[in-house]
Design a protein around this ligand. Structure first.
Ligand code: AMP
Length: 200
């Protein structure tokens, strides 16, 4: 099974839940930039101070800050045999930077090549996304989950991130489109099935 996996999908598509589960199954680290940034804010680091207001408004943290954070994380020993990226890349610039960072780490040169083996794209319809996100905002009190910022983040997803579903096939990487409607178990079974069909 492929071990360098990227999860794509809008907020509320179940990416985080499925990514954690799959990372346990595969024994590779789950790398969520949203979680890392929230931790940086909680720790009051320089990065956290710069990201906090941007996150509260539902905007994207600048590429250079996020790319540096991820490159450092991917250089850790536990990411050598694979990783599961969740919430990164979110722009084409980030995708290009990721390809360069991973290639440099593995081969020692900066030739072009894709950093991931497969992309899992979770698809959920808009009404269901809004329902899940508003419910999560109520349950968890996530400070970045107001109705306004949810709408803003979904529109940023469609403008900036969704086009990555075209970027990866153009770089020779399969995008597995997964129906994200249904229970967590049903969706996980679809993901596992799709990945088992990928060459490792
Ligand atoms: P998430 O938990 O993935 O929805 O991320 C929460 C917030 O963190 C986002 O709304 C952005 O403000 C910021 N963020 C997370 N990942 C990225 C990224 N790859 N690029 C820019 N901003 C990000």
């Amino acid at each position: 099974m492929s071990r360098r996996i990227l999860f794509l999908g809008p907020q509320g598509s179940g990416k985080g839940t499925q990514a954690v589960r799959l990372s346990v199954l595969l024994g590779v680290p789950h790398i969520s930039t949203g979680d890392m940034l929230r931790q940086a804010v909680a720790d009051g680091t320089e990065l956290g101070r710069r990201a906090e207001a941007i996150m509260a408004e539902g905007e994207l943290v600048p590429d250079d800050l996020v790319v540096a954070m991820v490159a450092e994380r991917l250089a850790a020993d536990d990411a050598r045999c694979g990783f599961l990226l969740d919430g990164f890349p979110r722009t084409e610039a980030q995708a290009r930077a990721l390809d360069v960072a991973v290639d440099t780490r593995v081969t020692g040169d900066d030739e072009e090549g894709a950093a991931v083996d497969v992309v899992v794209l979770l698809e959920v319809d808009h009404d269901e996304l809004m329902r899940r996100l508003l419910q999560r905002a109520r349950d968890q009190g996530r400070s970045d989950d107001t109705a306004e910022s949810i709408e803003r983040r979904l529109s940023i997803y469609w403008e900036e991130t969704a086009p990555l579903a075209g970027y990866y096939p153009a770089h020779g990487v399969t995008v597995a489109r997964i129906d994200g409607m249904g229970t967590i178990d049903e969706v996980f079974a679809r993901i596992a099935m799709a990945l088992s069909e990928e060459p490792s």
